[in-house]
Design a protein around this ligand. Structure first.
Ligand SMILES: [Ca+2]
Ligand SMILES: [Ca+2]
Length: 236
């Protein structure tokens, strides 16, 4: 007997709590809707008895006294949408016969029976998100792979540059050695020819200087016809 009374009390309490529930508000806005007190419009413009909240008559300019009805043109209704994403809809869509919230909570006084599709929508959205995350993860793996390849290529390119520089240095050394060898061979050929003529390079140098002296003397010696007297004598 006592058991049945307790069950009845619990059911009555649940029905009472549901009846007193303020429709169309989110948890963060519940602090504005404390029962048994006067209600202050959220914009602070007016103080009204709490009975005028959701009484289907618009009292507040911001529509905050009618979160669960379509009375205020600028009001908005909060869809809890358990299992999916919560959100707001314009209060004009409350009890308009069209299901807008996936939990159908805005059609609480409507001939339209709305199915709760939040769970399916949530599952679909989670599957899509998982697929997107999988693709992003694969893309990230490919990106890391390409980065590793790129780093490897940079290493190879750096090694090749070092080898190229070393080869340039060796070629420059070889060129210098070749030029030195060619110069030495030229000197050797000259020396060989002079030795064949019985002269040493020093002799050649002296002869060169001697030839220059003889030429100078020949240039400075007087020539016939240079003196005017001689010219006149020749004429006499
Ligand atoms: Ca009202
Ligand atoms: Ca609706």
């Amino acid at each position: 007997m006592h058991y049945h009374i307790a069950i009845a009390v619990i059911i009555w309490a649940a029905v009472f709590v549901e009846a007193r529930k303020i429709r169309g508000i989110s948890l963060s806005y519940k602090r504005f809707y404390k029962e048994r007190k006067s209600f202050v419009c959220i914009d602070g413009s007016k103080l009204i008895p709490f009975e005028q909240v959701n009484d289907d008559y618009c009292d507040c300019a911001d529509g905050s006294d009618e979160p669960g009805t379509a009375a205020c043109p600028n009001g908005r209704f909060y869809c809890t949408n358990l299992g999916f994403r919560p959100g707001y809809i314009p209060s004009s869509r409350v009890n308009d016969g069209i299901c807008d919230c996936c939990d159908g909570s805005e059609e609480y006084n409507s001939p339209t029976l709305c199915q709760n599709t939040c769970r399916n929508l949530g599952q679909r959205e989670r599957a899509e998100l998982e697929e997107r995350m999988r693709m992003l993860s694969e893309g990230a793996d490919v990106w890391r792979e390409k980065q590793a390849e790129l780093a490897n290529l940079w290493g190879v390119a750096s090694s090749m540059l070092v080898l190229l520089e070393q080869s340039r240095e060796r070629k420059a050394e070889a060129d210098r050695a070749l030029m030195a060898a060619q110069g030495f061979r030229g000197q050797s050929r000259t020396q060989t020819r002079l030795e064949g003529l019985g002269q040493s390079p020093q002799d050649t140098e002296r002869l060169g200087h001697k030839g220059e002296g003889d030429q100078a003397r020949m240039d400075s010696a007087p020539h016939r016809g240079d003196s005017p007297n001689e010219a006149e004598g020749d004429q006499g």
